[in-house]
Unconditional design. Structure first.
Ligand code: ZN
Length: 135
């Protein structure tokens, strides 16, 4: 194990395991069609309970980022970039993740990125790499 893993539950299992099939799954409201991340049992926009995971394109842009230089985990070499990714489906759909296959000083706001997955035990961590980078 290289990083602490999330506990899987009813609402987040799709998000953390979709990578097994190469899919970044995000919950979406079937009534108002808004994306919901992190997932919740009720739509925060229209209060519908008709919510379920849906496949995204798995692409987006770096909305914001920071370079971590503190060795919090001996198994995760520093420095590395932690970024908020704005997914292409909706400008308000953002997730926080780690960037891979990019030098920290090459990260910029607006950088185009695509999802890739790192499997650890029963979890597929959705990480992001620059478009065109080889994972
Ligand atoms: Zn809704």
């Amino acid at each position: 194990m290289t990083v602490p893993l999330p506990s899987l539950g009813f609402e987040n299992t799709a998000f953390w395991t979709g990578g097994e099939r190469g899919e970044l799954l995000i919950h979406r409201c079937r009534d108002c069609t808004r994306w919901l991340h992190p997932a919740a049992p009720i739509c925060r926009y229209c209060y519908s309970r008709a919510i379920g995971p849906e496949k995204t394109r798995g692409s987006g842009t770096v909305y914001s980022y920071t370079i971590n230089r503190q060795p919090w985990l001996s198994t995760l070499p520093v420095p590395y970039a932690i970024a908020v990714i704005q997914l292409d489906e909706d400008p308000s759909l953002r997730l926080t993740t780690r960037l891979v296959d990019v030098a920290p000083d090459a990260v910029r706001i607006g950088l185009r990125v695509v999802v890739c997955f790192e499997q650890i035990e029963d979890v597929w961590l959705p990480l992001f790499a620059p478009e065109g980078a080889t994972a």
